[in-house]
Design a protein around this ligand. Structure first.
Ligand code: COA
Ligand code: AMP
Length: 627
């Protein structure tokens, strides 16, 4: 029996004992007496009588244990050429001060604070400072436009916002303050104050409710950690759902701390003192879990990188960071590796760097094409591990576990279920389809610690979206199969979510924008295969009768609208006019068939279609756009 098999069997035999054992790695103010209570919450709650503070576990306790002088964060900005190192002692001090600055202005346990920041060490400090107070942060990705920020503000009703004056994208400065001001103006809920970190590249004009971040931090009295219930929310992270309204994934304190601490050794094979780099953004779940919380909970050094995999300055950027900071485990999205591969196919740039300290490359966030795994494995000469997870789970559902001894990689598969998850492909009736057959991927309840216990302000949507289709199971929204050897293959989403360059987006949200254009009668947005970004959105638009507009002009207007309402991250660049959308005879748009055509899957003409020729039009458009 392999170590993975043994660990998985141990978890299956007694999940409560297995997780209580993992909970011992956390410093509790009151240790939990039991792991799971099925009677609490929607499907049960983890460590319900435990009390702790997550920031204490991520910062202070390492100082108390003698690791104060160890780097906690390495900030490396390829965009500005600046770097900084923060030791655990400095991180603790700065976090305590920022918490003091927030507390002095009335932020306390349970209050929400929105963090809208680029990739700065201060983004992590802000997250921890909020957690230190027992308050709840909600980080919003910088690539979203003001209306998306406003929607999150309206739902989370934050007492405060922490922001920076600007972000820096290749060739342009993204001024955050005007976006924030527009969001506040549009939101029915107004925060009481905003802390603004002034960046020299583009300082912001401060208004009456704005406070200079540095000045507030310098003047503050350090605040101690506030113990909270393990089941109290640590953060809300909004993610795309099947409608344009984002859903607020709740993460709790106790289960999150336990599962994420455990994951560092079990999944990534790293320990305290190792350097871990998640090349993502704090605005995404990967950034929450593996730039901020997990590496710090485990006493590692976490790299906070502001830059892109290519062009800043070149496709060797990632390998320079790995060499310079002695990265042991690198985690990024396949799209980043595809971007590097495109520009450095022979690995000439990669070979300029000493990657001897890099033990493995981990990929997630979107389906990884086998070529990318094979190419990077060959050139790096290291294990390349694809693992499947979601904003909802906060850590990996399936993987290949560096801390348990790797099993052979099957390129294209996301590995095997992590101890904690029972993953099955189900048929429409909620029965496992059996090994090697495709179905809806689902996880048997209860979900393990760290997974969402609910949606913020929306239990009904939580039940309907995840729990009611297959009673007793969590519906992942992905389709795929579990093969004879237990490897899980994630094929496609079963809903309207697409993954563009590792960014999770709702086509429904984009359709809402296109439909609001005065010339558009009806529309559909689908994800079309793209060799770099995995998928890119394609708008299929039917014009209102009598409208005469060139496709070029309409596209320009629609692209601008999506950029202004959702944000540049939507990467919406193509809209095509079609004479009509394929529909059933009862007038329902055949989205499933359109999606299959766009995904490049085999499709048949549905018996219920009213005009079969309309599908040929779609197929032609998709063929012209897909790469
Ligand atoms: N703030 C403001 N704008 C942002 C942004 C941010 N934080 N992140 C992205 N954008 C903008 C980009 O500047 C771009 O704008 P443009 O239309 O003016 O060019 C747009 O959003 C689309 O960005 P992206 O899809 O990232 O495309 P790109 O061409 O800039 O870069 C890659 C392509 C592959 C290099 C890049 O997507 C990448 O590094 N992906 C990795 C993704 C990742 O880490 N995902 C997290 C999950 S692990
Ligand atoms: P996000 O919530 O942004 O992490 O996106 C989650 C979705 O991304 C999943 O539901 C999958 O559709 C997709 N995804 C994430 N990781 C993988 C993977 N390793 N393989 C295939 N799809 C993945």
């Amino acid at each position: 029996m392999s170590r993975y098999d043994a660990e998985y069997a141990a978890w299956q035999a007694d999940p409560d004992a297995w997780w209580l054992g993992r909970a011992a790695a956390i410093d509790w103010d009151r240790a939990p007496s039991r792991a799971f209570d099925a009677g609490e919450g929607v499907y049960g709650r983890w460590f319900p009588d435990g009390r702790l503070n997550t920031c204490f576990n991520a910062a202070d306790r390492h100082v108390a244990a003698g690791r104060g002088a160890q780097p906690a964060l390495i900030w490396d900005s390829a965009m500005t050429g600046r770097k900084a190192v923060l030791t655990y002692a400095e991180l603790t001090d700065r976090t305590a001060r920022l918490a003091g600055a927030l507390a002095a202005r009335g932020v306390g346990r349970g209050d929400r604070v929105i963090i809208y920041m680029p990739m700065l060490a201060e983004a992590v400090i802000a997250m921890l400072a909020v957690a230190r107070l027992g308050a709840v942060h909600s980080v919003v990705f910088g690539g979203f436009a003001a209306p998306e920020l406003a929607a999150r503000m309206a739902d989370a009703t934050p007492k405060a916002v922490i922001t920076a004056s600007c972000g820096i994208e290749p060739g342009r400065i993204v001024a955050y303050k005007p976006l924030l001001d527009a969001a506040i103006a549009a939101s029915p809920h107004k925060p009481e104050f905003c802390l603004v970190l002034q960046r020299p590249e583009h300082p912001a004009d401060l208004g009456p409710h704005d406070i200079d971040f540095d000045e507030a931090e310098a003047a503050a009295t350090p605040h101690p950690c506030v113990p909270v219930a393990a089941t109290d929310p640590l953060y809300i992270l909004y993610t795309s759902g099947t409608t344009g309204t984002p859903k607020g994934i709740i993460r709790d304190n106790g289960g999150h701390a336990v599962a994420l601490t455990n994951s560092m050794r079990m999944v990534y094979g790293v320990d305290a003192g190792d350097v871990f780099w998640a090349a993502s953004d704090v605005g995404w779940v990967v950034g929450h879990s593996y730039i901020c919380y997990a590496p710090l909970l485990a006493g590692c050094t976490s790299v906070v990188y502001e830059g892109k995999p290519v062009g800043t300055p070149d496709a060797g950027a990632f390998w320079r960071v790995c060499e310079e900071h002695g990265v042991r485990a690198l985690f990024t999205a396949p799209t980043a590796i595809r971007a590097i591969k495109r520009e450095d196919a022979a690995g000439a740039l990669m070979k300029q760097y000493d990657l001897s300290r890099l033990a493995a490359l981990f990929l997630a966030g979107e389906r990884c094409d086998p070529d990318t795994v094979v190419w990077s494995e060959r050139l790096l000469g290291k294990p390349v591990i694809d693992h499947w997870w979601q904003t909802e789970t906060g850590w990996t559902i399936t993987g290949n576990f560096a801390g348990l001894g790797l099993f052979p990689v099957k390129p294209g598969s996301g590995g095997k279920a992590a101890p904690g998850y029972d993953v099955q492909a189900l048929d429409e009736g909620g029965q496992p389809v059996g090994r090697g057959k495709i179905g809806a991927l689902a996880v048997r309840l209860p979900l393990p610690p760290a997974c969402l216990p609910n949606l913020w302000n929306n239990e009904k949507r939580f039940r309907a979206g995840y729990l009611e289709t297959f009673p007793g199971w969590y519906q992942s929204g992905d389709a795929g199969m579990v093969d004879e050897e237990g490897y899980v293959w994630v094929m496609s989403r079963t809903d309207d979510i697409i993954n563009v360059a590792g960014h999770r987006l709702s086509t429904g949200a984009m359709e809402e924008v296109l439909a609001s254009h005065p010339d558009v009668a009806e529309c559909a947005v689908v994800g079309v295969r793209d060799t770099l970004k995995g998928q890119v959105p394609l708008g299929l638009v039917v014009l209102k009768a009598g409208v005469e507009k060139t496709e070029f002009h309409l596209q320009q207007e629609l692209v601008k609208m999506v950029r202004e309402r959702i944000g540049p991250v939507a990467a919406f660049r193509t809209a095509c006019i079609v004479p009509r959308l394929p529909k059933t005879r009862s007038g329902k748009i055949l989205r499933g068939t359109i999606k299959k055509i766009a995904d490049g899957e085999s499709w048949t003409v549905p018996a219920t279609i009213d005009d079969p020729a309309s599908l040929d039009d779609i197929a032609k458009v998709v063929a012209a756009v897909a790469t």
